[in-house]
Ligand binder design. Structure first.
Ligand SMILES: Nc1ncnc2c1ncn2[C@@H]1O[C@H](COP(=O)(O)OP(=O)(O)OP(=O)(O)O)[C@@H](O)[C@H]1O
Length: 253
């Protein structure tokens, strides 16, 4: 499969700490990849670099072979139209003084996407399981799970090819978490959207992703299809992560 989003040899240091050390990742159209690892292994650093929100000390991130560097809104517009993100905390990701419809339409205006923005917002609200008239309401009128649906609608507004999300469901309770994971899976399948998801919840990974990449101390120590890696972990870190989730079967069943 040819790569849509491809990172090659990413290294990121913070002072004497090497957060990421020569990491390469590729994501094909429609593919769903998880990044897992213990706390401090470099997952969020990798997500930020893949979103061109941070500059690597070495390595490149490219979309369809075109390299991207963090920079002005104008210089990265082409990239942001196609690579979007969903925030970790839906509670904080909306301006309380902006109606939901305007918030969902915000990327369309910022990224100068042409067309009828109100119609697109109504379509998106329905796609994420909300009523079209939600557009007139305020963020505080929605539950955490509904706000995460709104955040997904906002991310999908410019019709991206890739969603990179760092712990997109960790702020939600278990039942709502599974509903939002289901929504992401369904949208990814329907729109051919590629997903790269950082998650400490291996149940979420198993439910949502095709392939998993295990990070340890900034390096990829294991990767492969989720079933194979979780079924027969080859690296002690993977085994430790799995051991820490005794209720995995219960979470995903
Ligand atoms: N802005 C920063 N300044 C200094 N050190 C940082 C910074 N961001 C990350 N680090 C360090 O880089 C390493 C990787 O951090 P990162 O947040 O990517 O890990 P993570 O796997 O996402 O962790 P967690 O699961 O706890 O969120 C850690 O040692 C962290 O302390």
């Amino acid at each position: 499969m040819s790569a849509l989003l491809e990172a090659t040899g990413l290294t990121r240091r913070y002072g004497h700490v090497t957060a990421l050390d020569d990491v390469s990742v590729h994501l094909a159209a429609g593919e769903r990849v998880a990044v897992v690892g213990e706390s401090g292994s470099g997952k969020s650093t990798l997500a930020r670099l893949l979103l061109a929100l941070d500059t690597p000390d070495a390595g490149t991130v490219a979309l369809d072979g075109r390299p991207v560097r963090p920079g002005s809104a104008r210089s990265t517009r082409w990239f942001r139209r196609r690579v979007q993100t969903v925030p970790q905390d839906p509670g904080r990701s909306f301006n309380p003084r902006m109606r939901v419809g305007d918030a969902v339409a915000e990327p369309l205006a910022c990224l100068r996407v042409h067309g009828d923005h109100s119609a697109r917002v109504a379509e998106l609200l329905v796609a994420v399981g909300l009523e079209p008239d939600a557009a007139r309401r305020w963020p505080h009128e929605f539950s955490g799970g509904q706000r995460q649906r709104l955040a997904i609608a906002r991310a999908l507004a410019p019709r991206p090819d890739v969603l990179v999300a760092d712990e997109p469901v960790s702020a939600l309770d278990v039942v709502v978490r599974l509903q939002v994971v289901e929504l992401l899976a369904q949208l990814s399948a329907a729109e051919g959207l590629a997903l790269l998801v950082v998650s400490h919840d291996l149940g979420v990974v198993q439910h949502l992703c095709d392939r998993v990449l295990v990070l340890d101390a900034g390096r990829v120590v294991e990767q492969g299809p989720v079933g194979e890696v979780f079924g027969a972990p080859a690296h002690p870190v993977t085994a430790r992560l799995l051991d820490a989730v005794p209720t995995l079967a219960a979470v995903v069943s």
